[in-house]
Design a protein around this ligand. Structure first.
Ligand SMILES: N[C@@H](CCC(=O)N[C@@H](CS)C(=O)NCC(=O)O)C(=O)O
Length: 217
């Protein structure tokens, strides 16, 4: 079996990197990690050594290069079919795929105004036009998943799936910006925060030295 290598950005700031990293850790895959700090003079050239898109994350596996967070998760789901990447049943699996794609392509206001900054505590900041609507939509998605399919655990579909990896950076944003949440959303954020792998990511983010000023409100 070829070695897996995941190329990521700063743990404090790179929300897209966190998604496949968390899924891989959570499912116990062994992988080598290459961290490229973002927004430095040499960043672009370094990322381009690995990534045709010029962005992280990128997965290297044998002679395969896989870029883009969701494509990486889907690739791994094909490579390691015995792992519970998606819910087993069709209805929850379809919903999990829809909300993962929706996260991947949507919630622009939240992503733009509440950028991921794991270390920071910026309560009350970032609430620009459209952000509360994004928060409400996300809380409603979480409620639907938890109420319809979450009885088997604390994650959106009970057990951890790719959908949780996709929303984990949102949970971190809600913590950073002190977002008010209903009980279901709050409990879900707490459950994500309790994951050992996520705590490992946060510890590593804590000791990173780079400061990206545009993400420090
Ligand atoms: N749609 C991509 C987004 C990747 C992305 O925007 N990555 C950012 C870091 S979080 C990046 O590489 N930025 C560096 C740059 O744009 O130069 C994914 O899901 O992986």
């Amino acid at each position: 079996m070829s070695k897996l290598t995941l190329v990521i950005g700063n743990k404090n700031y790179s929300s897209w990197s966190l998604r496949p990293w968390l899924a891989m850790k959570q499912f116990g895959l062994e992988f080598h990690e290459i961290r490229i700090p973002l927004w430095q003079p040499e960043t672009s050239a370094k990322i381009r050594q690995y990534s045709p898109s010029g962005k992280v994350p990128v997965l290297l596996h044998g002679n395969q290069t896989v870029w883009d967070s969701l494509a990486i998760c889907e690739y791994l789901a094909e490579e390691f079919p015995d792992i519970h990447w998606w819910p087993n049943d069709k209805a929850p699996r379809t919903l999990a795929r829809c909300i993962s794609a929706q996260m991947h392509s949507g919630f622009q206001n939240l992503r733009e105004h509440m950028t991921m900054n794991c270390r920071a505590r910026l309560s009350g900041k970032g609430m620009a036009i459209g952000v509360q609507e994004d928060i409400d939509s996300i809380a409603s998605i979480w409620r639907e998943c938890r109420q319809k399919f979450g009885s088997d655990g604390d994650m959106l579909f009970g057990k951890f799936t790719i959908a949780d990896a996709m929303f984990a950076p949102v949970a971190l944003r809600f913590v950073t910006y002190g977002v008010q949440l209903d009980n279901i959303a709050r409990n879900y954020v707490d459950a994500l925060m309790a994951l050992t792998a996520l705590q490992q990511w946060l510890k590593a983010a804590e000791v990173e030295e780079e400061i990206i000023s545009k993400y420090e409100l």
